[in-house]
Design a protein around this ligand. Structure first.
Ligand code: SF4
Ligand code: SF4
Length: 402
């Protein structure tokens, strides 16, 4: 539901401290609304200020007894429950207040130098703020109470990769005969999904290595035609393949945001790719120094396995669509293809003509773990750190149970 800025009468706090909350700050100030403070969990920022507005710990905001509202500018699903735990119950999400018009009028007011001092990683967001904002500004159809908006949906377009990382969360390391996914399949899955959900904030095409797919250009032109159904469009690559000029032009045309996972020595063409993306003025993020954990690995069903705990601690943010089915995460999608676990219809939602919004809602909001979770090492900060992009020579053996 849209909230008009003019209707904000109580004290306003903004959280977390990001390029987007700084933008929101300027929007509010330009409308004569004072901002009482930013709040961020990063202790390094506490006591610092942006435009004389202090950055605080959320506990301090909880102690403020004045009538207050917190505008949550990112990571809604993680931040809102934490605010509730602190007894803060009045909050608005950024997409309820921010409009395209606000962005146009306030973007140049942002103090980039100060943001760079306080939160250097946010500069990248500022450089490609249009992509960031598109995730947050929802179309009218997605603002109704009954709307279903998905944050992050991945479409794997290939199981093939130029690398074989032992801890790949797309389970590439287990495929003996990886294949490219057919264009018709992915397109029809996407159309089925758009008939059910109202909006996808972030649409991703992933692999394996998506640049290996010989028909990548067909995917790009297809998704370009459905821009009203999603906010930002991202492709994740490992920096080993440099696409030809025609593909580069299509990436630009489709307004793709390229995320490059830079595995240093392994990402052999990373610099060439970056150079080409610069040349074609395509937005990208170079993701360096990535910390890997032992997540979404196949585990023995008789091993650790408290599936309920693993599922409760799991923070895997990406839903996956593959072969006409909607999955909570890549593990369930790839695990079903690989027959890691016995077939169980509770592991997915079939995107057919009888599938309804409520089916997807109850599937993703369920407190019950999925049967396939019993075979997964989970995805949480408690998982052990492992060497980034450690390579295995041969596909890893596992027992097929499907
Ligand atoms: S580069 Fe590694 S992590 Fe990425 S898809 Fe390939 S095998 Fe998986
Ligand atoms: S624990 Fe379950 S939901 Fe989490 S990544 Fe594993 S299979 Fe997916």
């Amino acid at each position: 539901m849209r909230v008009l800025i003019e209707e904000l009468t109580s004290k306003v706090y903004l959280t977390p401290f990001t390029a987007l909350s700084a933008l929101m700050y300027h929007v509010l100030i330009s409308k004569g609304i004072q901002v009482a403070g930013f709040c961020d969990k990063n202790a390094r920022l506490h006591g610092e200020s942006y435009e004389n507005c202090m950055i605080l710990d959320s506990c301090e905001i909880a102690k403020d007894n004045a009538e207050k509202v917190v505008i949550v500018c990112a990571y809604y699903t993680q931040i809102i429950p934490k605010l509730r735990q602190l007894g803060i119950n009045r909050f608005i999400t950024l997409d309820q207040v921010l409009t395209k018009n606000h962005v146009i009028t306030s973007l140049n007011m942002i103090d980039k130098k100060r943001i760079c001092e306080l939160a250097p990683k946010q500069m990248l967001r500022l450089n490609h703020i249009n992509h960031e904002i598109r995730k947050f500004i929802l179309p009218e159809v997605a603002l109704k109470k009954s709307s279903l908006v998905l944050s992050n949906v991945e479409f794997p377009i290939t199981e093939k990769c130029t690398l074989r990382c032992g801890h790949c969360s797309n389970l590439v390391q287990y495929y003996k005969t990886p294949r490219h996914i057919e264009v018709e399949q992915v397109c029809s899955d996407f159309i089925s999904l758009t008939k059910i959900v109202d909006f996808i904030r972030l649409l991703k095409i992933i692999g394996g290595e998506p640049f290996l797919h010989p028909e990548l250009s067909k995917f790009l032109s297809f998704f370009s035609e459905y821009k009203e159904n999603y906010g930002s469009f991202q492709l994740t690559t490992n920096g080993t393949v440099v696409p030809d000029d025609i593909t580069m032009l299509m990436l630009k045309e489709a307004d793709v945001y390229v995320q490059i996972s830079n595995y240093c020595g392994l990402s052999v063409n990373c610099s060439k790719l970056v150079h080409k993306l610069d040349e074609f003025e395509i937005a990208y993020q170079l993701w360096d120094n990535i910390v890997w954990r032992d997540v979404m690995r196949i585990v023995d069903k008789n091993g650790i396995h408290d599936a309920h705990r693993v599922f409760c601690e799991c923070t895997m943010p990406c839903n996956t669509v593959k072969n006409g089915r909607f999955y909570h995460c890549p593990f369930l999608a790839q695990g079903e293809t690989l027959q890691v676990f016995p077939y169980d219809e509770k592991n997915h939602v079939v995107l057919d003509s009888v599938c309804k919004k409520e089916d997807i809602k109850s599937y993703i909001e369920s407190d019950e773990y999925h049967p396939g979770c019993r075979y997964c090492s989970g995805y949480s900060k408690h998982n052990m750190i492992v060497p980034t992009a450690w390579q295995v020579r041969e596909p890893i053996e596992y027992t097929r149970l499907g």
